[in-house]
Design a protein around this ligand. Structure first.
Ligand SMILES: CC(=O)SCCNC(=O)CCNC(=O)[C@H](O)C(C)(C)COP(=O)(O)OP(=O)(O)OC[C@H]1O[C@@H](n2cnc3c(N)ncnc32)[C@H](O)[C@@H]1OP(=O)(O)O
Ligand SMILES: O=CC(=O)O
Ligand SMILES: [Mg+2]
Length: 552
């Protein structure tokens, strides 16, 4: 393992950080970055190249060069690993101390411990999240809420959810850890630290180091992950094939490479997940400058029964089950309330309907955002699975999905209204202010909002402005009109929040909002320009899609 030469921690060292940032752990991170960092940059450049082709009228299709992988019926992914055979309910959420305990105790089979959509990548969030995961495995985690006086402790191990960690996507860097003078990949930082500290701990408990892999756009990106797994397993003398990873199919290019992605990761694969929110974001992003035929209705009116969403989710189940892999459903955004009975009733009803559709379609389990949704998801999947851990035997050979079905954006029912435009602006502002303040997942108007849902909100505004789109009552969506609404919505938020209005955060949110909706150059990811406000050196925006950078 490499020494500490060329490795520099460029962030403050809080309480106990040295327990995570040990020389040996940093050595593993540097090995990963040195071996794989250049390929990561090349793959981000390949994303940019594909975008250029799409922007110039190109399309997406199943790849001719990998037809042999799709046509070969003989291969299967690895058998489910311990703790991952039955995944009927998975809870997702950030890795702060209280939520770590609450999620593990929630009764869900799996906890997706999130360093991604539900997380602001503040240095403290990243390192303390790793500490919390390690403390949870050591059972040394506890928490007392200073305000309520409530104390939190883990239940018995047998009752706890299996931990599956979601590292950041390939586009993000960890600017606080420099390897040979360059910020390292955020994905490899999150993956490597959890692997270094927790792989053996998980194995000692009869489980293993498990991951969710976000925002991939090609099977070559999956190959890069597979190489990271092999490198890390070899470095720690852990047998290859011990790691398991579930890939989120949450970009439209990845929907055309699902079999190839499973194939690349087959010895480490734990299936695919239908990440519906980033998928919608990706559809908007990839076809953002292709005119009205590629414009979706307003965010809150798009449902999972839209033809292109059904095509994608049905193909996902079929692809997974053909290869012996789990198909995991996504997240309904409705959040229950312990204070408002009606909000709670609606949330439970909506989530029940969502999980009923997914379990009926053949998914083996699904996601919930909140502990109070665990029982309804479990009940619905119990009804379909009974005593069986999954329904991998439901092959869905009846499903036939063509490229045209995956791209049938035009057939999506719904409108664009002034209310929809206002909602996108209001939610983007509130979310940005929360994210900048360190909370990557928040409830806004009784819906779960995170990085993926906020990306949809701001990308729709960008797309509508830049494609001369009008509302149903013929009001053209212009920069001027968006700026006027922005001022009006901000005033409403200020009045509503009163003392709680965080002036500096909202000022930053407004600057960012304008940057990612009004500027003619579309920002590939909201979180890249936003990271400028998180302290440390900014990530060079071009790096989010692979452009070379001159200086750090
Ligand atoms: C597109 C995607 O990627 S989806 C996946 C990413 N998004 C997420 O993971 C969202 C996860 N969910 C959340 O973060 C939260 O549920 C929110 C922000 C939406 C709502 O949180 P709150 O407003 O705090 O909800 P609420 O007040 O009802 O919480 C009640 C209790 O449940 C806990 N809780 C709520 N959600 C979670 C969760 N996901 N994990 C663990 N505990 C949770 C709260 O901490 C609180 O605990 P307490 O009673 O001990 O204080
Ligand atoms: O990560 C999940 C999504 O829906 O996005
Ligand atoms: Mg996502």
């Amino acid at each position: 393992m490499a020494g500490l030469d060329g490795i520099e921690v460029d962030g403050p060292l809080g309480d106990r950080y040295e327990e995570i940032l040990t020389p040996e752990a940093l050595g593993l991170l540097a090995s990963l970055q040195r071996a794989l960092g250049a390929r990561r940059t090349e793959l981000l450049e390949a994303r940019a190249e594909r975008q250029r082709a799409l922007s110039h009228g190109g399309t997406l299709d199943f790849l001719p060069e990998t037809a042999n992988v799709r046509e070969d019926d003989s291969w299967r992914v690895a058998a489910p690993a311990p703790g991952l055979a039955d995944r009927r309910v998975e809870i997702t959420g950030p890795t702060d101390r209280k939520m770590t305990i609450n999620a593990l105790n929630s009764g869900a089979k799996v906890w997706l411990a999130d360093f991604e959509d539900a997380n602001t990548p503040l240095w403290d969030n990243m390192v303390e999240g790793q500490l919390n995961l390690r403390d949870a495995l050591d059972r040394t985690i506890d928490f007392t809420d200073d305000r309520s006086g409530k104390s939190y402790a883990l239940k018995d191990d047998a009752e706890l959810a299996t931990i599956v960690v979601r590292p950041r996507g390939w586009h993000l860097e960890e600017k606080h850890l420099l390897v040979d003078g360059e910020p390292m990949s955020g994905s490899l930082f999150d993956f490597g630290l959890y692997f270094f500290h927790c792989a053996q701990r998980q194995l000692a408990k009869g489980k293993g180091p498990y991951y969710y892999l976000p925002k991939m756009e090609s099977h070559l990106e999956a190959r890069l992950w597979n190489d990271a797994f092999n490198l890390a397993q070899d470095a720690l003398d852990i047998p290859r094939g011990t790691i398991r990873a579930t890939v989120l199919i949450e970009t439209i290019p990845a929907a055309f490479e699902m079999e190839e992605i499973l194939h690349e990761l087959r010895d480490h694969s734990a299936g695919l997940n239908a990440g519906r929110w980033d998928y919608l974001f990706s559809v908007i992003k990839k076809f953002r400058d292709r005119g009205a035929d590629f414009v979706l209705p307003e965010r809150n009116s798009i449902t999972m029964t839209a033809p292109f969403m059904r095509a994608y989710t049905e193909l996902l189940v079929r692809t997974c089950h053909k290869r012996g892999a789990h198909a995991i459903g996504g997240m309904a955004a409705f959040i229950p309330s312990r204070r408002d009975e009606e909000v709670n009733r609606v949330a439970l009803e909506k989530v029940r309907a969502d999980k009923t559709r997914e379990s009926g379609d053949g998914f083996d389990g699904s996601w919930v955002a909140h502990p109070d949704l665990v029982p309804v998801c479990r009940e619905v999947f119990d009804g379909v699975l009974g005593e069986r851990p999954n329904q991998l035997d439901r092959l869905r050979a009846d499903v036939r999905v063509s490229p045209a079905d995956l791209l049938d954006i035009k057939a999506t029912p719904g409108d664009i209204t002034e209310a929809g435009l206002r909602n996108n602006i209001d939610v983007a502002l509130r979310y940005l202010a929360a994210w900048l303040d360190g909370s990557g997942a928040v409830a806004i108007h009784d819906l779960m909002e995170d990085a993926a849902t906020a990306e949809i909100a701001r990308s729709q505004v960008w797309q509508w402005i830049h494609n001369d789109i009008s509302t149903v009552d013929d009001q053209k969506i212009t920069k001027d009109w968006v700026e006027r609404i922005l001022d009006e919505e901000l005033t409403k938020i200020r009045e509503e929040l009163g003392q709680a209005y965080n002036e500096p955060r909202y000022n930053q949110a407004v600057i960012l909002f304008k940057q990612v909706t009004l500027a003619d150059d579309y920002s590939e990811f909201l979180t890249v320009p936003a990271s400028v406000y998180l302290g440390g050196a900014p990530q060079t925006p071009g790096r989010a899609h692979g452009s070379p950078r001159s200086t750090r």
